[in-house]
Design a protein around this ligand. Structure first.
Ligand code: ADP
Ligand code: MG
Length: 246
């Protein structure tokens, strides 16, 4: 499989969101939310865009407190975290004022139940005016809605959507080292709409093609591969059930 970053429609929407945020005048809110189902490429895109834009990427964790968040941010800003939370906050403000950097906070679902952390992030935004992008799952949007002060400041909300046929076609032609016929690509689009599933399938397709010396995968061969995958999944489920009921 080729190691390429595919610019799906979702990736393009994320790029547009960043451009819009960066072009907003000072004093206007520059916070945004990107959300969607798992496996659509939100985290990978966030990391890729963070590298492209010299932004700070922070992945939230379960039980993350405001203090823990500030410590992570201070470290990402190449500073040594001080002891008191108020000092940590000042460190962030000073550094971001001196050298503004966009902040992308992934897995925001973990933070969304903690009002203090959310308010701390809002304060950082209001004091420095750096763009802040929250990335999370579908529930994150609903959870954030509870914080009106924050939600009203979100100037852009973008949803990562399931892949279109064109997206699936782009993903396969760019990542898969074996050619697929158009009907085979359509079949994949009808069956899987997550990166992880498609990536697993590509690995399988490449292995089948290599061992059987096949140059182009058509719908029929793909059907067989899919059946085999399904059979293996069922066997795995049975095995797990057997272990659990032992
Ligand atoms: N644009 C892309 N190009 C190539 N591979 C990608 C792309 N986006 C995601 N992937 C791969 O798909 C998998 C799932 O992506 P991830 O970013 O973890 O999804 P999410 O954060 O939405 O759950 C990962 O293995 C990732 O490397
Ligand atoms: Mg993710």
């Amino acid at each position: 499989m080729r190691k390429v970053f595919v610019k799906t429609q979702n990736v393009k929407s994320f790029i547009t969101l960043i451009n819009n945020l960066q072009n907003k005048p000072d004093g206007v809110s520059k916070m945004a939310l990107v959300y969607g189902e798992p496996g659509l490429g939100k985290s990978r895109t966030a990391l890729w865009l963070a590298a492209q834009n010299d932004a700070i990427y922070i992945r939230s964790a379960n039980l993350m407190t405001g203090r823990w968040f500030l410590e992570e941010l201070v470290e990402e800003l190449d500073e040594i975290p001080r002891y008191w939370t108020s000092d940590l906050f000042k460190q962030c403000i000073n550094k971001l004022t001196e050298r503004p950097q966009m902040i992308i906070i992934d897995e925001v679902d973990y933070l969304a139940s903690d009002q203090k952390t959310i308010e701390t992030i809002r304060d950082i935004h209001d004091k420095t005016n750096v763009p802040i992008i929250f990335v999370g799952m579908t529930l994150a949007q609903k959870k954030l809605q509870r914080y009106r002060h924050l939600y009203d400041r979100l100037s852009d909300i973008t949803q990562f959507k399931p892949f279109s046929k064109n997206d699936v076609s782009e993903i396969i032609t760019q990542l898969c080292e074996v050619e697929l016929t158009e009907p085979a690509i359509n079949l994949i689009h009808n069956q899987s709409n997550r990166f992880r599933q498609i990536v697993r399938l590509i690995t399988k397709i490449e292995a089948v093609a290599a061992t059987n010396n096949i140059e182009k995968i058509d719908e029929q061969i793909l059907q067989e591969i899919l059946k085999d995958e399904k059979r293996k999944n069922i066997e795995n489920i049975k095995r797990v059930r057997n272990i659990l009921t032992r």
